[in-house]
Write a protein that binds this ligand. Sequence first.
Ligand code: ZZB
Length: 258
Amino acid sequence: QEYTAIKSQVIEWSPAAKEIVESKIGGRKVYMVAATLRPETMYGQTNCFVGTSIKYGIFAVNDQEAYLITYRAARNMTFQGVNEPRGSIEQLVEIEGAKLVGTKINAPFSVNPEIYVLPMDNVLATKGTGVVTSVPSDSPHDYATLMDLRKKAEYYKIDPAWASIDPVPVISTPTYGDLTAPAIVKQLKIQSQKDVKQLEDAKEIAYKEGFYNGTMLVGEFKGQSVQDAKGKVRDSMIQAGLAFAYAEPEGHVTSRSG
Ligand code: ZZB
């Protein structure tokens, strides 16, 4: 599986993370790195998701930069030449997902450049980097989770302000309009992120509809088909140093429901 790894620089740590992190990173810039199959949707990022009980690490890339990801992802990356020497891992910090909630990060290419880290039940530690960038306009999982967080902010232990950015129209599809994921979630009568089976169906529909029939509504490739724009957005982000290719080895878990 070939992902695009998106680099989101930390702007302000949550109080719980600040205490653990700041003395240990040697002044490096820290980026939360999310693996995505849909770089063309990055204009519509509204949040970043972590699993509250997942163990994350901060790993040195060089003297200036470090990546916040799972150990598993750090191990894969070092064999893909992300840091030198190949195969080496320098872990600076270990931190549990719950402590990252409320951290403010920069979302590259997003219409909303500053977003918050929020909790999601369905984050798999065994896929991607364990960090998921949220695009509720085009990802049914992200939309359902955002609605849960808004409805039950106290239960999820978040400040409602962190979940206040609305889905952004990024891609238009003939069947579902400018907000494909919310339309599919409604059509399938999905109530929450706990509707795991329906969400897998919704994801398949959203992938196909966006890829085969979608047209870009924003950004450098506005007006172009998603099929044409996808690779161009990816290249543009890589050119700008905001993303890099990340491949997942064979045999990884491919679906959130396992
Ligand atoms: C942004 C995005 C925008 C995504 C979208 C999807 C969609 P797949 O197909 O099952 O391989 N993801 C990445 N890592 C994880 C993880 N550890 N746990 C849970 N979800 C994860 O799924 C790949 C997608 O799953 C990735 O692409 C990421 O969300 C999420 F508009 O990134 B995506 C219809 C989907 N739309």
